[in-house]
Write a protein of this length. Structure first.
Length: 191
């Protein structure tokens, strides 16, 4: 039985920095980054930056997600233990990402509200979530936002499966929890 919706809570979207995002994952951007030593190839016309590591227990899939602007309401929080999931914008499309640490204090089976953060991610920046980081799929800030998402076969199958009687998904490396059903709270992102 669903909890009665009694209240609305908000989380304020924050500016994305490496330090602020470190508990949740890696920022993939040349901003605030030091290049690796130059190799001498191509007259040093290019620089290399080591910004993150994609780690997965299975062969990685690259999914393309096209999405429209949606209500800035956190309906679900999900996490995956078998991959460091990456969200890579294409065509300069910015988005918001909602996250909570993998080891966040939980209440009613989801991260406590004070553990949940939202970040602006520019169209020239990607984020790579640590294994187990709670998150909601990116919230596009433009219509037809195109994002590459890393996944693996079981995870993709799990995300495409039907919701259970609690309107959630459990299995296939997916823990997808319904925030409002569990808490009775509408959690919104404030820009």
């Amino acid at each position: 039985m669903a909890a009665q919706v009694e209240t609305v809570k908000t989380i304020k979207a924050e500016r994305l920095t490496r330090a602020a995002f470190a508990p949740f994952g890696e920022v993939i951007s040349t901003l605030e980054a030091e290049p690796a030593e130059r190799t001498g190839f191509y007259n040093d016309d290019s620089g290399l930056f080591m910004l993150g590591v994609l780690d997965c227990d299975h062969p990685v899939e690259f999914l393309v997600r096209r999405s429209m602007i949606r209500d800035f309401r956190v309906r679900y929080l999900e996490r995956h233990q078998e991959i460091t999931q990456t969200f890579i914008p294409l065509a300069g499309h910015p988005f918001l990402v909602v996250v909570a640490r993998a080891d966040a204090a939980e209440e009613q089976g989801i991260p406590a509200f004070e553990e949940i953060h939202a970040f602006f991610v520019g169209g020239d920046t990607a984020v790579n979530l640590h294994r187990g980081t709670w998150h909601e799929p990116p919230y596009p800030l433009v219509d037809n936002c195109v994002t590459i998402v890393t996944s693996h076969c079981a995870l993709t199958e799990g995300l495409m499966s039907k919701l259970n009687e609690r309107n959630e998904i459990e299995g296939y490396d997916v823990e997808k929890r319904n925030v409002t059903e569990r808490t009775g709270v509408h959690l919104r992102i404030e820009l």
